[in-house]
Design a protein around this ligand. Structure first.
Ligand code: PNS
Length: 187
């Protein structure tokens, strides 16, 4: 059988542990895996294309058959240009299926020779998405365990005021609870 190159396309804004889990699984079954970050001018991303590229290059450095690139335009055309015969996508829950099926069938219509392969990330990441990570981080919430450490660090740097605000509130709450506790003991 000839060598199979697969493309794992996405926005990766930011990359999560679920993405990384899928990349590691994909790297085991495909001879070559290209992580393709979409250059999307419509959405305003939290992280620039260069930042996402740098993060993903760092995160996949240990996987010798994985490389990270960016693309624009139709995914199927980019896949063809890198000689990918498979597209890898992750399915976390039934709710992902409808959108993914629609996209896979549209891509098949556009390029019948390109096969979409679905894989499931570890179940502990089944609820993790970039959108929810951004939502939690934007109000300074903890994202440890949901994203790799380099991404967590980047989120902290980017959202410093939100984390400071969150830490201040937590400190305030702890102080108030302590005062209440002291009062309660006196009674
Ligand atoms: O991580 P995401 O945002 O779910 O990834 C979606 C992505 C990048 C795979 C999809 O939007 C895509 O392939 N965009 C490129 C344009 C394209 O080919 N659109 C047709 C899809 S049917």
């Amino acid at each position: 059988m000839s060598k199979v190159t697969a493309l794992y396309p996405g926005s990766f804004d930011p990359p999560t542990n679920g993405h990384l889990d899928l990349i590691e699984r994909g790297a085991k079954i495909f001879e070559e895996l290209v992580v393709g970050i979409l250059r999307n001018s419509e959405k305003v991303p939290m992280f620039s294309l260069q930042e996402r590229l740098d993060m993903l290059i760092t995160l996949t450095a240990h996987l010798k058959n994985v490389r990270v690139e960016t693309f624009r335009g139709l995914m199927v055309e980019y896949a063809k240009s890198i000689h990918a015969t498979c597209v890898l996508r992750g399915i976390r829950a039934v709710s992902d299926y409808e959108y993914e099926l629609q996209m896979a069938l549209m891509n098949r219509k556009l390029e019948p020779t390109l096969e979409t392969v679905f894989m499931m990330p570890a179940d502990k990441y089944s609820y993790v998405s970039s959108r929810l990570v951004r939502e939690v981080a934007q109000v300074g919430g903890p994202v440890r365990g949901l994203v790799p450490e380099v991404v967590e660090q980047k989120l902290r740097e980017r959202l410093e005021p939100a984390y400071k605000f969150h830490d201040d509130i937590a400190e305030d709450m702890a102080r108030t609870t302590g005062v209440r506790e002291k009062r309660r003991k006196k009674i």
